[in-house]
Design a binder for this molecule. Structure first.
Ligand code: NAD
Length: 250
């Protein structure tokens, strides 16, 4: 039996790099998947026709998230797993908190943190009614240190994700719902399209990583599916670094 054949998953950012890979891998492992992204539906989605629903919408809109969850509850009879993968890093507009446009600050916080509040609130009831569940929220190694080229809104939002996840883990443990975080290191995905124009930047990043390469969407999906799976049934309230050893460097 495929590992996730009895499961229903809600994956955000599913039109993009890591989220798309996670959704596809869950489908290959037998899950039914609600895919949500502000982007157009990807050209290829694996699985049989009624195995996935793709909704194009904005996660910062609480009612759009509520509607999406209602569709999954109706089509799939509930949700067991939540992968909060969507995020946005605005290299051009996100900067020091001392001079950032405060509307940009609010938007970055809404996309990277508050959206996860929306998805979590709307999926908990279903997980409870199904006897448990698992959530994985995507943070970033960026929130573990300061930066001479700051992206303070993104960094603060990603630190907030960790606190939010830990709190949910404690609040929901009695319901058999687990909540964990992945800290991706620098990884090749549409978010890092800047490397296409600056391949030297990618090489320099890879050279700083002990394992000698940047991450892939498959690396992140492998870690995410592990934390969503029953193999991680005693793991909650923690964070998994998937960064090729970058944070372990002296
Ligand atoms: N790629 C990296 O180097 C890296 C490093 C650390 C952390 N991360 C984090 O990993 C996660 C996945 O990143 P990725 O590399 O796959 O990026 P990506 O840009 O390829 O995918 C992110 C997806 O989120 C979607 N999204 C953004 N705002 C949205 C909104 N308001 N409503 C709905 N969807 C929205 C985008 O359309 C996009 O498809 C993100 O949370 C990101 O912050 C990425």
């Amino acid at each position: 039996m495929p590992e996730f054949s009895s499961k229903v998953a809600f994956v955000t950012g599913a039109g993009g790099g890591m989220g798309y890979q996670i959704a596809c891998d869950l489908i290959h492992q037998g899950a039914r998947v609600l895919m949500f992204d502000i982007k157009d539906k990807p050209a290829q989605i694996p699985g049989v026709a009624d195995q996935s629903i793709y909704i194009q919408g904005d996660l910062t809109d609480d009612s759009a998230v509520a509607d999406a969850v209602a569709q999954a509850n109706s089509a799939f009879s509930g949700i067991d797993l939540l992968a909060n993968v969507a995020g946005a890093l605005w290299f051009d507009r996100d900067r020091s908190a001392l001079d950032i446009d405060l509307d940009v600050w609010d938007q970055v916080m809404a996309i990277n943190l508050k959206s996860m509040v929306h998805t979590s609130r709307h999926t908990v009831a279903s997980m409870r009614s199904r006897g448990g569940g698992a959530m994985v929220h995507f943070s970033s190694t960026q929130c573990l240190r300061g930066d001479s080229a700051p992206q303070d809104a993104y960094q603060a939002a990603k630190a907030g994700v960790v606190a939010f996840s830990k709190s949910l883990a404690i609040q929901l443990a009695a319901d058999n719902i687990r909540s964990n975080v992945i800290y991706p290191g620098p990884s090749e995905s549409p978010m890092q399209d800047r490397w296409k124009e600056n391949p030297e930047g990618k090489v320099a990043t890879a050279n700083a990583i002990p394992l000698g390469r940047v991450g892939t969407v498959q690396d992140m999906s492998n870690a995410c599916l592990f934390l969503l799976s029953d193999k991680a049934s005693f793991i909650t309230g923690t964070e998994l670094l998937v960064d090729g050893g970058l944070q372990a460097r002296p």
